[in-house]
Ligand binder design. Structure first.
Ligand code: CTP
Length: 409
C-alpha cells in the first residue's frame, strides 16, 4: 500500500453521517490522510467543524467558493486523492453519480474524478429496494464503482428493517484499505468465464441460436474482477457492455468458444455460464439457401463439442475449480446432480427455467435468478435474487472454498 494513502471522504446527507466522524478516525488510524467534502444535506446531521477537527484539514462544502477554488478547486480535490470514499452514499447521491449530474461540490468532484470510488450506501430499505436505486447501483457497479454494504438491520426509523444500514466504520475502513492495496479475495487468481449464447451458422445469413442474454455470465465476470481476479470472459454474441476490468474474447460458434477457452488456459477457476448450442448444422452452405422448387431444405444436425465436459475431464491443466450451469424445467436438483457427475465438474449451479420458477419474465434474458448450488458436499438452495447478487454470492463462495485447501473444492 501507499505510504500515506490520501482519501477524499464525501459525506452525504443521512442520519448515518454521525458514523462518518468515527470513520475519519478509523481511516487515520490506518495511516491515511483524510480530506472531507460535505453536501449541504450532510450539514443538517453533523457540522464541518467536527469533521475538520477529526481530519485536521479544511472541510469543503461549496462548489463556488472563491477562496477554496483558488486554493484547491473541485478538479484538484479528486486528483489529489488515491481513493474517493462516499459515506454515507445516499440514494440521491447515487442517482446523481449514475446520471453524471454535477450541481454541487460533492457531485462535481465525483464527475471529475478519475480515481477508484468506494460507496457505503445508507438509506431506508424501501429506497434501497426501489427499482430506480437498483438500476443506479447496477450502473455504478458496471462503471467500476465498488460498494461496501449496506447491511441489514434495524433502521433509525422505528419498526423499519432490511438492507439499508450503512456498513460499520471498521468495515468501511477495511474495504478502503483493501482497495488501496489493490487486493481482493481472488487476487492472484485467473478466472475464466463463458457467457451468452452461441450462433451456429446454417448458411451465410441464417444461424441456430437461443434466448440466452449473457447477463448472468457477465455479472460473474464483473464480480470476479471486483474481487481482484484476472478475468477472461469468452462471450458469444450479446447486447451487453464489456464488464469493467475484464479481458473479453468474442466468439460466435461453440467450436470458436472451445478454441478461445483452451487458448485462455491455464486458469484457477473456470465457470461455464454460456448457453452453448448443443447442435450445429452438419454442413454449412457456402451460399444462401434458396426456396426454389418448393422442396424443403434438409437440415441435418450434429453435436457440438461439450466445452464444460472437455475442460472438466482434462488431466493436466484442469482448473482447480470447474463450475457448470444447468438449466432445467423439472426435477431440477436430481437432473443437475446427474449432470455434475456426467460432465465431471466440481460444482453445478442449477436454475429452474420453467414458468413455475415464479420469476417474472423468466430466467432466460431476465434480471433475476433462483439457483441451487450442487457440490460434492450437498445441495444449497439460494433465494431468488438479481443476477448481480447471485454472481457476488458465487464469487464469495469460491473465495471461501479456496481458503480451505484440505476440503476444497
Ligand atoms: N456446456 C458447454 N458446452 C456445450 C454444452 C453445454 O460448455 N456444448 C455447458 C454450459 O455452459 C453449462 C452446462 O454445460 O455450464 C449445461 O449443460 P447442458 O448439457 O447444456 O445442459 P442441458 O442442455 O440443459 O442438458 P440436457 O440436454 O441434458 O438437459
Amino acid at each position: 500500500m501507499l505510504a500515506t494513502p490520501r482519501i477524499l471522504l464525501i459525506i452525504g446527507g443521512g442520519i448515518a453521517a454521525y458514523k462518518s466522524l468515527d470513520l475519519i478516525r478509523r481511516l487515520k488510524e490506518r495511516g491515511a490522510a483524510v480530506r472531507v467534502v460535505m453536501t449541504s444535506a450532510a450539514q443538517h446531521f453533523i457540522t464541518p467543524l467536527a469533521a475538520g477537527a477529526l481530519s485536521h484539514d479544511t472541510v469543503f462544502t461549496e462548489l463556488f467558493d472563491r477562496e477554496a477554488e483558488q486554493d484547491v478547486g473541485h478538479i484538484r480535490l479528486s486528483r489529489e486523492a488515491d481513493l474517493v470514499l462516499v459515506a454515507p452514499a445516499t440514494a440521491d447521491l447515487m442517482a446523481k453519480m449514475a446520471h453524471g449530474l454535477a450541481d454541487d461540490l460533492a457531485s462535481a468532484v465525483l464527475l471529475a474524478n478519475t480515481r477508484p470510488v468506494l460507496l457505503a450506501p445508507a438509506m431506508n430499505p424501501a429506497m434501497w429496494a426501489n427499482p430506480a436505486t437498483r438500476r443506479n447501483a447496477a450502473q455504478l457497479a458496471a462503471d467500476g464503482v465498488r460498494f461496501v454494504g449496506p447491511n441489514a438491520g434495524a433502521m433509525a426509523e422505528r419498526g423499519e428493517d432490511g438492507p439499508g444500514r450503512m456498513a460499520e466504520p471498521l468495515e468501511i475502513a477495511d474495504a478502503a484499505a483493501r482497495l488501496l492495496a489493490g487486493e481482493g479475495p481472488l487476487t492472484g487468481r485467473h478466472v475464466l468465464v463463458t457467457s451468452g449464447p452461441t450462433h451456429e451458422p446454417i448458411d451465410p445469413v441464417r444461424y441456430i441460436a437461443n434466448r440466452s442474454s449473457g447477463k448472468q455470465g457477465h455479472a460473474i465476470a464483473a464480480a470476479a474482477a471486483r474481487a481482484g481476479a484476472r478475468v477472461t470472459l469468452v462471450s458469444g454474441p450479446v447486447n451487453l457492455p464489456d464488464p469493467f476490468g475484464v479481458d473479453v474474447r468474442r466468439v460466435e460458434s461453440a467450436r470458436e468458444m472451445l478454441a478461445a477457452v483452451e487458448a485462455a488456459l491455464p486458469a484457477d477457476i473456470a465457470i461455464f455460464a454460456a448457453a452453448v448450442a448443443d447442435w450445429r448444422a452438419a454442413s454449412e452452405a457456402g451460399e444462401k439457401m434458396k426456396k426454389d422448387g418448393g422442396a424443403l431444405p434438409p437440415l441435418a444436425l450434429i453435436e457440438n463439442p461439450d466445452i464444460l465436459a472437455t475442460i472438466a475431464h482434462r488431466g493436466e491443466g484442469r482448473p482447480r475449480l470447474v463450475i457448470g450451469f444447468a438449466a432445467e424445467t423439472q426435477n431440477v436438483v436430481a437432473y443437475a446432480q446427474a449432470k455434475r457427475a456426467r460432465k465431471g465438474c466440481d460444482w453445478i449451479l442449477a436454475n429452474d427455467v420453467s414458468a413455475r420458477s415464479g420469476i417474472a419474465g423468466g430466467v432466460m434474458g431476465g434480471d433475476s435468478n433462483a439457483v441451487h448450488l450442487i457440490t460434492a458436499a450437498g445441495v444449497e438452495a439460494w433465494p431468488t435474487a438479481s443476477k448481480g447478487a447471485v454472481a457476488e454470492r458465487l464469487v464469495a463462495r469460491i473465495a471461501a472454498s479456496l481458503d480451505q485447501p484440505e476440503t476444497s473444492p
